[in-house]
Design a protein around this ligand. Structure first.
Ligand code: NDP
Length: 277
């Protein structure tokens, strides 16, 4: 299969074969990424002639790959698993919140600047689904997405508790980010307005041990992951009558924030969300 054939069928490139373009999402794997479709819809809605592609970059090749894309004239990159920490270390400049989270998902190549739009994007989602600051949140996970959500909620005034399979990682996250959050020994949803899945358990077909029958009536389940159809986390919540949302809202929110950070103009968020629904 040659590169052009692969691009048509799978819509991604190895970094050594990346075509001239203005924007890309990099990660490993990237074949599943909805970002090219979403950003393509945004550029079409904005009447901008930019091209956005998906590029596979194995972690040890991050520096070489980003140097090549810079040389090809790319303006900005989105960064996904497993490169967000590497992206943070690459940057010469970041904002204060990104510095605390120590992971970046959006890069400007010309001046080696990085930011984390998952954090403000997560707050956008809480606002969209009607969860005002002050509402109590149970955050499940202690990886990159959980760090972004925790850093953002801390700043915005959401009281929250954390549960993670590896308790030591949750404790390290709380200490590292200077949070006042309680670390729980079990993911008990009782008393929380929102229960957020920021783990990758879904990806492994694993179900988190949440006893949804203990959730408050009217509580909301928010999964940062998304899939074709409801995720296992949302299905389990629904079986106890708990309504939920998947991660496409965050994908659109963080993508819109990235676009605005690169271009300095408002992004068409509803067109972006529509493109991935
Ligand atoms: P990381 O690899 O950094 O963290 C993974 C987390 O999941 C850790 O807390 C880990 O726990 C936990 N975990 C993994 N497997 C299991 C399991 N079987 N049971 C319980 N816990 C488990 O991943 P990210 O933080 O980058 O991503 C987390 C999720 O968020 C992914 O599904 C990702 O797709 C999604 N995401 C979605 C975005 C969007 O735009 N919608 C943006 C960013 C992330 P432990 O410490 O014990 O290993």
């Amino acid at each position: 299969m040659d590169v052009s054939e692969k691009a048509v069928l799978m819509e991604w490139f190895e970094w050594q074969e990346a075509p001239p373009a203005e924007f890309a999402v990099i990660g490993d794997p990237v074949s599943h990424s909805l970002s090219p479709r979403m950003h393509g819809a945004a550029f079409a809605a904005m009447g901008l002639p930019y091209r956005y592609v998906a590029v596979r970059v194995p972690e040890p090749e991050f520096e070489a790959a980003v140097a090549r894309l810079t040389g090809l004239g790319y303006i900005g990159l989105n960064v996904t698993v497993p490169l967000k920490e590497e992206a943070f270390r690459w940057a010469l400049n970041t904002d204060e919140l990104t510095g605390r989270i120590k992971a970046a998902n959006t890069l400007k190549l010309e001046n080696k600047t990085a930011t984390n739009t998952d954090a403000p994007g997560f707050l956008d989602v809480l606002e969209d689904i009607g969860v005002p600051p002050g509402s109590s949140v149970l955050l499940l996970g202690a990886g990159g997405a959980a760090r972004a959500a925790a850093g953002a909620m801390h700043r915005a005034g959401y009281p929250f508790s954390v549960y993670n399979r590896s308790r030591d990682k949750a404790e390290a996250m709380v200490a590292d980010l200077g949070l006042s959050a309680q670390v729980m020994s079990a993911p008990d949803p009782m008393g929380f307005s929102v229960i957020v899945n920021a783990t990758s358990a879904n990806l492994q077909g694993a179900l988190l041990p949440v006893d949804w029958d203990r959730a408050m009536p009217g509580a909301t389940a928010l999964d940062l992951a998304y899939a074709v159809g409801p995720t296992p986390f949302l299905l389990a919540a629904a079986s106890a009558g708990i309504h939920g949302y998947d991660g496409r809202g965050l994908l659109a929110a963080q993508g819109a924030r990235s676009l605005e950070w690169w271009l300095g103009i408002e992004a068409p968020r509803s067109a972006m969300l529509k493109a991935i629904e």
